[in-house]
Structure formats: C-alpha cells, structure tokens
Design a binder for this molecule. Structure first.
Ligand SMILES: [Zn+2]
Ligand SMILES: [Zn+2]
Length: 358
C-alpha cells in the first residue's frame, strides 16, 4: 500500500503524492513509522530556494517522533516496537568530525533527512545510522513532549552551549520563535541571572514569558533602530551589554543587534539560518574583542534533552500551537509560513491508508 508524502520538486513547488513504503538499504538502517511530525522554518528555506543542498524529488520534513517497525542486522540500540525521537542529523559516529561531536559535518551525513534523502512529512521513514539517529522515549514522555527534541530543541540547546553562559550572566536571545524560545529554555539550564528576549511580535514575547523562558522582554517597535535596542540592553546591564548573545532571528538587523548589544569580550552565538550574507563592520567593533560562533546544530544531546523533559525541566509543548492531518499539510504550511492565528509550530498527524488529496 502506498503512503502519502509531501514531495519537494522545485522552488515554490511541493505536492502531496503517493509514494511506496521505504525499504531498508543498509544493515545500519531502521524503518520508523511517523506518529507525529512538524514543519520547520528550514522547510520554508528549502521551498524558497535558499538551501542549494536540497535535492528535488525528496520528501520534506526532518523533525519527528515515531515507532521503530524494522531494523537492519547491525542496529543495536533500538528495536521494533520502541517509540523514538529522531535526530535531524544523519551521522556515522566514526569519522573525524563525529568522534569530536561535530556531527553536522559528518563525512557520511549531516542534515540529510528532508533535504538530501526522504524526510518525515509522510507515514514511514528510512533512517540511516539508526543507532545514532534514534533515541528511545520512556513511556512518561509523550509524542507531543518529544516532537522538537531532534531539531528545534537541539538547536536551542546548541545555541545556549555555544554562548558559553556562566551562572549569573545576562543572556540576550534575539528572536522569540521556536528556536529562540528553545534557546531561552536551554539557557536557563546554565544558571543565568536574567534572560532578555527581543522580538517584533508581542504575542511571541508574551509566550516566552508565560513559558518562563524570558525574564525581560524588549519589543522591537516600528521605527526602532538596532542602536536603540542595543541601548535598552545596556540600560539593563549597567551600561555594559549582554554577557552572552544568542541570535536566532536571521535578519540583517538582528545580526547587527547581536554584536551591538553584546558587552566587550562576550560570546555571540549565531544559530539562525541567514538567507543573505551579513557584514561585520570590523572598524566599529575594534577593541570590543567579541567571540563569534556560527552553527548548524550538532545534535548530540538528544538523550540529555529527553531526560530533562522526563524530569519536567524542559517543556516545549506550548510551542506547538496548531495540529493538522497530513492530508491538509498545504494548509499547515500556509498557517506556519504566514504566522497566522498566532502560529508558532504546527504538528502534522499522519493518517495511514488515507488517499492523497489533490
Ligand atoms: Zn529544522
Ligand atoms: Zn561521521
């Protein structure tokens, strides 16, 4: 029986189609039945043509949870019947980069699912290197709680870790979207005194406050320049600026704010996926001695994140504001891309056996 799948064809063109069930191709593969997937901003980046690596013909989607239905002969850590969180990254675990935890640059993988190979906006997914890409979920962690573990929450944790936060620090997080709020929740784990959130949208800032992710909110109102906002951050920090900055918004203005609002010698972590090159005006920042770190997530902390969710230290459920059946995924993309109706994240529920809608 075929399955429904959202297939990427070209810039601006993705269609719900019938695809055959995937088969194992290597002894390290597993077949996972999707129980819940999501749409990520990176899917939008693929659709608007800013991910040149993306391969036409693949099924979109890279953030999901599911149940293992079949494993190759060399898979040891998971078995059929187990519920799992799936890592956005496919990595071998053995190459030069993997051995140092830099799995995003795995010589045999990286961001593959929903980009180079078939992803999760469908019913079944072949997951290569299943021992690395799958993490078993305890019964007490439901699908909704674990949905963001493999990508957005991993990216938030990655940003918080890159920013080298120390107890008592003031952390500035730019962007209160899914990754931004996850970065705030994870920054908390490192013991800062205060987390400042910046965004244009009041509803997103309010959500950050409700989730206890941010302590101080700065709304970037129309006509406010980055110098004004950096000034507000300095007012909150005895004129110094933030001790650590995590930039999650990915625009020219937010890139500028990131270094302007940082105090001298701060670490500026850039985890956003920019659609255009940015300029570092080095003459203006000479002597400020900033540390810049850029990154596509090295998603190596899934087990740690699952444990934190299990113990109630991380809860990303409020970020999932909308749920759609797979057959209506076009509507989900529309709501998510245009942030309609306060949408932060959409969950997609597969309907096994349903015919694709045309
Ligand atoms: Zn993503
Ligand atoms: Zn590797």
């Amino acid at each position: 029986m075929p399955m429904q799948a959202l297939v990427y064809h070209a810039t601006g063109d993705a269609r719900l189609e019938e695809r055959p069930l995937p088969q194992l191709q290597a002894p390290t593969d597993a077949l996972v039945r999707v129980t819940l997937s999501s749409i990520c901003t990176s899917d939008l980046h693929i659709l608007n043509g800013s991910v040149p690596r993306a391969r036409p013909g693949i099924i979109l989607g890279h953030e999901f949870v599911g149940e293992v239905v079949e494993t190759g002969a060399e898979v040891r850590r998971v078995r059929p019947g187990q519920r799992v969180a799936v890592n956005v990254e496919t990595f071998c675990g053995q190459c030069f980069f993997c051995r140092q935890g830099f799995v995003n640059n795995c010589e045999r993988g990286g961001w593959e699912l929903g980009c180079r190979i078939d992803g999760c906006q469908t019913e079944y997914v072949r997951v290569p290197f299943a021992d690395n890409g799958l993490d078993a979920l305890p019964d007490s962690v439901d699908d909704l709680s674990a949905l963001l573990v493999g990508d957005v929450l991993a990216s938030g944790y990655f940003g918080a870790e890159l920013a080298a936060i120390r107890p008592g620090d003031t952390v500035l997080v730019i962007g209160a979207g899914p990754v931004g709020i996850c970065a705030m929740l994870c920054a908390r784990l490192f013991g800062p005194a205060r987390i400042i959130a910046v965004d244009r949208r009041a509803d997103r800032l309010e959500l950050a406050r409700r989730m206890n992710a941010a302590d101080t909110l700065i709304r970037a109102a129309d006509g406010m320049g980055t110098a004004d906002m950096a000034g507000l951050v300095r007012e909150l920090t005895q004129g110094r600026g933030a001790d650590a900055v995590i930039e999650c918004a990915g625009e020219a203005a937010t890139f500028e704010l990131a270094w302007q609002a940082a105090r001298p010698n701060a670490c500026v972590a850039l985890v956003a996926l920019y659609e255009a090159p940015q300029t570092l005006p080095l003459p203006h920042m000479y002597g400020k001695n900033l540390i810049f770190k850029t990154g596509g997530v090295d998603a190596v902390h899934s087990a740690r994140l699952i444990r934190l969710i299990e113990l109630g230290r991380l809860d990303t459920r409020p970020l999932i504001t909308h749920t759609f059946p797979l057959g209506n995924i076009a509507d989900a993309y529309d709501v998510f891309a245009h942030r309609r109706d306060g949408c932060i994240k959409c969950a997609i529920v597969p309907q096994p056996g349903a015919a694709p809608s045309r």
